[in-house]
Ligand binder design. Structure first.
Ligand SMILES: [Cu+2]
Length: 294
């Protein structure tokens, strides 16, 4: 449990450090920007932010001005990629039709000239773990007055986003299935990212970080069964709400902890097994009665 808390603090530091390093960049002069693909991202997902990587496009967050040129090049020698505007939920892409390079062979380039300021997400149609963001700013954002204005607008937007922040409710229920426990999380929001830990007698019986639930219900199997004497303690810690791997854009509470003590009732399957077992015992007892005793 202690380790968990410490690692969450590290995550917070990492996010804060990431934001700090991005801030000065956001107001620099970017009439044009070049984006490339990470080598071997065709078959390796290790570049993906959701896997702890730096992102499968370089840079994964690029900044450009309205009217500037974004040059997108497939520099990955091992295969084909696309730069397609829109978002990906898990493996389901939602193109927004702002731009689409279509399939780029290795070495091919596609250009896009943004017309409107704002954040433009994009992904690879062929490898949905490849996602990136282009931040389009009003031209002359390097001008001091404009930069201050932009900073003020961003601060206001951040405040508005915080005020509009969704509340997250997590309900933990469970049932014993054979010799395992099925924990069901009922989440008040879609696309919740979270860590889940379960301990029994102080021992960790389940620990997974960076989980994502697209639905309002998520189920997890724990290789242990709780009892009144030996309950399982389940802890769910929210990391934010949003598409996996895109933690910069996540909303909602970070570090909200929901705990539950799990002492499962027998699940349906366990009941059936128990019933069959009782019937067999009765049958065996009945049979053994017929066996003549000497
Ligand atoms: Cu790709």
């Amino acid at each position: 449990m202690k380790t968990k808390a410490i690692s969450s603090i590290f995550v917070l530091f990492a996010i804060a450090a990431g934001m700090a390093s991005m801030a000065p960049d956001a107001f620099a002069d970017h009439p044009e920007v070049a984006i490339t693909t990470v080598d071997e991202s065709v078959f390796s997902q290790t570049c993906a932010a959701s896997q702890g990587g730096p992102g499968c496009y370089t840079p994964s967050t690029a900044t450009v001005e309205v009217g500037g040129v974004v040059t997108m090049t497939n520099t990955d020698p091992t295969g084909v990629h696309t730069f397609t505007s829109g978002t990906v939920d898990g493996f389901a892409p939602s193109p927004d039709l702002v731009f689409d390079s279509s399939v780029l062979m290795s070495g091919d380039t596609f250009e896009w000239i943004p017309e409107n300021a704002g954040e433009q997400p994009y992904y690879c149609m062929l490898h949905t773990w490849m996602i990136g963001t282009i931040i389009v700013q009003e031209a002359h954002a390097d001008d001091n007055a404009a930069a201050e204005e932009a900073a003020a607008a961003e601060a206001a937007a951040t405040l508005a986003a915080e005020e509009a922040d969704v509340e997250l409710m997590v309900v933990i229920t469970d049932s014993a299935v054979m010799s395992r426990t099925q924990v069901e999380l009922e989440l008040s929001e879609l696309h919740v990212n979270y860590d889940m830990t379960a301990t029994q007698n102080g021992e960790v019986v389940f620990e997974e970080t960076g989980l994502h639930s697209m639905e309002n219900i998520a189920t997890h199997q724990i290789d242990a069964v709780g009892s009144d004497d030996n309950p399982i303690n389940v802890k769910v810690e929210s990391l934010g709400i949003g598409a996996p791997g895109n933690s910069d854009n996540w909303t909602g509470p970070v570090g909200q902890v929901t705990t539950a003590q799990v002492v499962p009732e027998f699940g349906t399957i366990a009941m059936m097994v128990l019933a069959v077992a009782i019937i067999s015992i009765v049958a065996v007892t009945a049979k053994s009665r017929v066996v003549p005793r000497f």
